[in-house]
Write a protein of this length. Sequence first.
Length: 372
Amino acid sequence: MTHYDYLIVGSGLFGATFAYFAHKQGKKCLIIDKRPQLGGNVYCENIEGINVHKYGAHIFHTSNKEVWDFVNSIVPFNRYTNSPVANFHGRLYNLPFNMNTFYQMWGVTTPEEAKAKIDEQKRDAVAALNGREPQNLEEQALCLVGKDIFYTLIKEYTEKQWGRKCTDLPAFIIKRLPVRLVFDNNYFNDSYQGIPIGGYNRLINGLLEGVETKTNVDFFNSEYHDWQKFANNLVYTGRIDEFFDYKYGKLDWRTVSFKTRIENTPNYQGNAVVNYTSHDVPYTRVIEHKHFEMFGQQVYDNPKTVVSEEYSTEYKEGMEPYYPVNDAANNSLADKYRAEAAQQQNVIFGGRLAEYKYYDMAPIIEKVMNMY
């Protein structure tokens, strides 16, 4: 029986990046994944010549040049810039909130006019607090951007995302809202952003080159659960509460599902991401995958396109857990599991599920790089 230096549970970015650096150091690694393919949530499925982000839109962005240079050494990234659009009852607004948004909302054309309008809109909400701190997301948002932006672009979209009223969500979720008094639709402030040319599968395959992998293997229902027989160390990227057999109770998650279809048109919505911010549309956004990697004439060279409607819902057993619900009760429960994890010998817990923490992609890679 082969014995490994590391048994790695999960082939997402944490597991794959860890395997890459361990393999470079001459360590023998085995990655197992319960899905039929590698890559975790960044896995892409090719449909009609288009790389479809099967588990939701993934846009790589970072200001860490070392991280950017590293991923580009595996596969070159393109120049995709995330500039989502919001649709509210058929009217379109640019995101994040910037001078284009304020012009679309109020017809203002100068930063001075926009600031005056926002200050006017905030005044009543701030006065209503009478000196106290905002107690919920609705109060917090109204104090930051005022009623028009809140009721058009935040309230109903957020309630669809979280499945809870804004008055029932904690204020800290929205402590800061980006307000730009410039005409800039670039969603991120990072120095670098893009998509791997040829899709994320190329990044994962590059990271795992030379590493032994097995798919369709559930850690908890396989021989590998007794991992000490197979490896000196375990790298675990699954749910932290499941690892400890839910001894303190189950953590809450939000999840998303997708309805993906082929459209017989080369250009369905003209943008990769369009958010639908009103309750009368059941999905939160529509992703047109072509626009992540095809630009200019390339869009029209392919006569078809693929779109996905994204639906946010409460997690139930059998679904894929996506986003931790970082309220006080869940954070307290997660702390108990983290304390247990810290006591484990030769076990590394890493990633969104194992740490019960929301991560973008670049910080995951940076974290593993720092470990080495």
